[in-house]
Ligand binder design. Sequence first.
Ligand code: C2E
Ligand code: CA
Ligand code: CA
Length: 869
Amino acid sequence: MTDRASTPVSDSAARSAKSTNRAFSAFAVTLLIAGVTCAGMVAAWLPDRDDQSLFWVGPLLVIGFLLAEQLAINVDVRSGVAWTISFTEIPLVLGLLIAPFEVVLAAHVVAGVGTLLGRRILDRAVYNAGLMFMEISVAFAVAESVKRFSLAHGGPLWAGAFVGTITVPLLASVLGLCALRLMGKSMRVGNSVRLVLQTLVVALLNTSAGLVGHQIAKNTEWGGVLILLVFAGIIATYLAYSALLREQRDLEALSEVSLRVARSGQHSAAPRQSDDDAGAGAEEDEWQLIAERIREQLNANRVVLRLRTDPQEAMITLVAGEPLPADMRNVDPRVVREDPILQLPGTHVRYYRIADATEDVSEALMRRDAQEALVVPLRGATQLLGAVEAHDRLSRWRGFGKADIQLLRTLASHLATAVDNRRLLARLRHDAYHDPLTGLLNRPGFREACAEPLRLSEKAVVIRIDLDVLSTVSDALGQVWGNRMVVAAGRRLRDALGPDVPLARLEGGAFAAFLDDNRAAQAQEMAERLRAGLSVPYPVDRLTVEAHAVVGYASKVDCEVEDPDPDALLQRADVAVRATSENDPVRAYAPSMGQIFLRRFQLVTQFRQALETGQVSVHYQPKVALPSRQVVGAEALVRWKHPEFGRVDPDEFVPAVEATGLVDVLTDFVMDRALERVRRWLDRGLRMSIAVNLSVRTLADEDFPNRVADALARHDVPSGLLTFELTESGVMADPERALPVLRRLHAIGVVLAVDDFGTGYSSLAYLRQLPVDEVKIDKSFVLGMGTDLGDMAVVRSIVELGHSLGLTVVAEGVEDDAARDQLVGMGCDIAQGYLISRPLSEDRFEAWLRARTVQVRGARDETVLTLVH
Ligand code: C2E
Ligand code: CA
Ligand code: CA
């Protein structure tokens, strides 16, 4: 037979009983009165039995009823429909056969109400007591009637007990369904019928077993022992089977919950400019379902899931089953933190019962309107993620048990791991699309955020804003101040644009914003506003840094390609930025500007091929010692003779090549040519060095020193004859990465020179820490020396500073005799410039050497070349 209180009918009945308390109480009291009245009538009507000898029957029946209820097992018929099989019919049918009405009634009530009282489940006692009175009375009445009928018609003696017993579960099901109806809930007819049929099948089996047992016990010698043995076997099998069933159901629940958590993570997809609620709502629905599933599995009256899925956000609380009392619903997080049953060190499950709890715990339970609670923390790898509470097991007899605790523990650990993973994933996703410094989108994030709106728009605009003072600030004051400026600039842009406009920091001091069709008309105005906003001085520490910005923007309308992606517009905005000037700091992209873009594009894509087909060559510009005029070496300068564009300046194509990562190929090419040249000179007995320019990128390449060592070995050139020129800003761009490479180059023995010295806010102090041997004064100062006293002072102080640090000082851009003479006067070591020679191709450089220099014996008897007057 089915245990009435935990069939779905009475489960829901019991659950709704709490919410519609009054209706249920009325029903329960009515039931009790009806039950007691019936019992009285039946007792009066039944004939007396004369089996006083069976004094032990009463206690035995109590034990039988208790056992029958305790051994009940849950069978999951279909997910959501629990079906509890118990053996109550067995003691009942025996009672009907051998015991008086009063004894059976008493045994049933004592066992049932006793269990409830023992577990302090008082609220359902009245309903159950009424039900029991009713059941036993009806059973005896039916049994007696059928017995009389059967005896009169020659039927079997046991027919009465049989039919009487079967009536009980049917009656309970019908009463349960009535209770449901009464409370305004209903079950589908199909379900009700199926339920009643299932109940009937189990009842038939149990009753028959009881009857057979009774027959054997009565008619066989030692039959009682036999029956006991058979029952023990059946019970053992049942227990094993029920454990197995439970395990399987729990596993199913576990995997379902894990799956849901994983799925809930997918609601937060691509980067969101501002977190909208659509994703969050769907996510909460998933959590609600998860709470629902846990409640169902634990057969609890209510499950409360408290969760912090996003470290930044507040804890969410989801309730499955009976709603929390109003004053517990939206409580202050502080109250939650101080709640005695939510103090959860460790990871284990705690079980609280109002009956044996401390005062504050029982008060906490009362506030939840719960008799008992299982509570478990959700603990992630690093922090507390939340907690699960399960309140009041829905059963007539049992509270939460060991299996429930174990299930909840495993569920909680699955849940915590899943939430942890989800958070990690969200974090990774966020990091992938955001700039860590400003918190704005990064380039991929911008791409992602604009792609769809751009596709749907007609005239959307991408604005690019470049804050140009940045590298200077970083150089002069250090990275930290540069970063602060970027952050401040980002904030100004966000304020000017409002929260809904996608805004990204692309790199350094470069930002981009996306204006949709509605805002596109104000692009020019907006661009000017942004530029003005960024050009207001920045208070940095106690200084005020003047900065100015340039802005370029490109509209979808002006884009030559159809359906441009965000990158296409970004590139065009970039082209527009490049077309800005001091008088014209805001420019809109025009297709004619595309020519520049196209040319750059061609340069980049054709560079490798140009190397292979001999379009790229190396020119040499001599360096001469002062005042001896000895030619100490040359600087290698790359040249590109493009078939279409003619001669392309390195100032144009080197940055382009750098941007595409091909610069290694360029450096290796120039270094190889240069070393070949040095080798030729050595073969002729000339010791002259060659300087090769390095780009920032090369300094970040850990493998570069190895390639240098290889090249030196291949050409058999002493490392002291190779100089690398690097710009200050190149080193400062990423000193952490550049320094180790520089140290290794220095260890190989190559000479390191700081190029264009004086153009950055040269941090002189830094120079001391770099492993350099040479400074090259920037040509702008040398060129200006003749007319500008300031330049002259700069040159003089660099010479002095360089010497005080033990460095060789080189002046480039020496165009006239006056400059050379001044440099000699200051004690500058080496000069380079048009006065001596322009950069020359290999052949012409050799010719120049022959024509303009003479061989003399050096101090150590080596051959040196000296410039003739
Ligand atoms: P840089 O390293 O400062 O090279 C010196 C530049 O000044 C050369 O320009 C040279 O032709 C020019 N110059 C030399 N003497 C004088 C003079 O008396 N007056 C004036 N007004 N200019 C003079 P170039 O060859 O156009 O190179 C420009 C820049 O391109 C170089 O500046 C260097 O930064 C870069 N570059 C050139 N070759 C390479 C290379 O192989 N690799 C890398 N990474 N960069 C290179
Ligand atoms: Ca140089
Ligand atoms: Ca230079």
